[in-house]
Design a protein around this ligand. Structure first.
Ligand code: NAG
Ligand code: NAG
Ligand code: NAG
Ligand code: NAG
Ligand code: NAG
Length: 413
């Protein structure tokens, strides 16, 4: 009579204790993660002198300029901030751009930061939880080339990096100490949670498996920022995104000096056959210091990548690219192709008011003159998904169009 009861009791005890054990293990894991997250947040979010709540949901902390994340970098322990030299600010004057309505950052509607502080977008716990790992937060996947094939056609493809698709204008053959362009601003759709899409300038010291790069432009990156807004970004790497560098101020390195929020949303945005807006972005090396300075709208300083975090790039870049990149695991023969858009989401052939463009494309070499590059080529890694077209008409400044819809039934299944 007592036997089944006893068995039941035993079962309950076993079952119950296994639940308790399970809970205990889970609690242990989650408390470790909690601690890691807390530590990371403490490291990234420096004490604020003032906090501004932007209408787009961002929290902007005004942080003392010498308290910013850059100074956590071992190479920047005794670093003295070097504001952008005046001559670099003036070099933007060749653009007129006055007719265009002004793009600005949404948070500025809600306030500004006091003197001696810089505005930094606060990182939240949710932001870290969306990342593949805390370690990989704020970083692009490494640039890896696939050459596990003998097939000639695929061999050519092996110089195309995995999990990325780009359409760009490129110049090489000289030592470049600056590059700029007016980047047309759009809001392309990102359809897979881990994809992102950029419109940007790259200044690189090489294009081989190991390169250094400083980059800036706009981006839609829901995994990093938590929404589909078009945001201004900066990036750097010393080893083709493998272990150094990051977006914005999500790691230490970039020294912010200006009142522009890295990762801050831009508005207004261009519309199809409607008004067009663009943001002038310039990256300039100051040869004496070896710092790469970043500025927007011709004369607004953002900050710089100090020479201390760079290798040969501190002397010059040997390659400049202007264009778009989609980062996704569903590209290049992986079907279905991602539907994440590049640029405006329309092909380059649509041209003005349809395709995304870059105009006033300029480089600077040691002659210190800002000029249109001598040799350029327009390239696309998947022209049926995202295309590139440089329109150079006689007597007119060339305009580079790029982008596309990604997956489409006829050409890019
Ligand atoms: C920073 O300055 C301190 C004191 O002047 C010095 O001892 C230290 O070596 C410096 N560190 C670096 C990385 O330059
Ligand atoms: C830059 O533009 C400003 C305002 O238009 C003008 O006053 C200044 O002289 C220009 N500088 C150069 C170097 O052209
Ligand atoms: C590399 O290329 C081979 C041959 O095309 C392919 O089978 C393999 O999946 C590729 N590897 C990756 C990681 O994409
Ligand atoms: C890819 O090819 C390059 C150049 O031929 C070679 O140096 C490299 O070792 C190859 N990488 C792999 C992973 O096979
Ligand atoms: C590319 O994506 C595939 C599929 O998710 C993944 O296995 C691979 O590691 C990725 N390659 C790189 C270089 O991130």
């Amino acid at each position: 009579m007592g036997k089944p009861k006893f068995a039941m009791l035993l079962l309950w005890v076993l079952f119950g204790s296994s639940i308790i054990l399970h809970l205990h293990v889970e609690a242990k894991v989650s408390s470790r993660l909690e601690r890691e997250i807390e530590a990371k947040l403490k490291q990234l979010n420096k004490p604020a002198v003032k906090t501004i709540k932007s209408e787009d949901g961002d929290i902007i902390d005004c942080v003392n300029i010498y308290d910013q994340p850059a100074f956590d970098h071992p190479a920047l322990k005794n670093h003295t901030i070097k504001m952008m030299p005046d001559y670099l600010l003036e070099s933007g004057n060749s653009s007129t751009g006055d007719e265009e309505p002004v793009i600005f950052q949404t948070w500025l509607k809600s306030g500004s930061c006091p003197k001696g502080t810089i505005p930094i977008r606060r990182i939240l716990k949710e932001d870290l939880l969306r990342a593949a790992s805390i370690e990989l937060f704020g970083r692009k996947p490494p640039q890896v080339f696939n050459n596990s094939t003998n097939d000639f056609d695929l061999k050519a493809n092996s110089f195309i990096p995995e999990n990325r698709s780009s359409a760009y204008l490129v110049t090489m053959g000289y030592n470049y100490i600056g590059a700029q362009a007016d980047i047309n601003a759009w809001n392309p759709k990102v359809t897979q949670p881990n994809d992102f899409t950029t419109a940007q300038i790259w200044c690189k010291n090489d294009n081989n498996p190991y390169f250094e790069s400083v980059e800036s432009g706009w981006m839609v990156n829901p995994r990093l920022y938590g929404d589909g807004a078009t945001r201004f970004f900066a990036y750097w790497t010393r080893d083709s995104y493998r272990s150094t560098g990051c977006f914005d101020l999500t790691c230490s390195g970039f020294v912010q000096t200006g009142q522009v929020v890295l990762g801050g949303a831009l508005s207004p945005i261009s519309s199809y056959f409607g008004p067009q807006y663009s943001l002038n972005v310039g990256l300039f090396l100051e040869p004496y210091s070896g710092n790469w300075y970043l500025k927007i709208k011709n004369n607004i300083a953002v900050g710089y990548w100090p020479a201390n975090i760079l290798n040969t790039l501190r002397h010059s870049a040997i390659l400049v690219q202007w264009g778009g990149q989609v980062s996704s695991t569903n590209i290049k023969k992986v079907t279905p192709h991602t539907k994440t858009e590049m640029g405006s989401g329309h092909f380059a052939s649509g041209r003005f008011q349809s395709a995304c463009f870059m105009q006033k494309v300029r480089i600077k070499d040691y002659s210190q003159q800002l000029k249109y590059p001598q040799y350029v080529s327009a390239m696309s890694e998947e022209p049926d998904c995202y295309s590139a077209l440089n329109v150079a008409e006689y007597g007119k400044d060339p305009i580079f169009y790029f982008g596309g819809p990604g997956q489409n039934p006829i050409y890019c299944p």
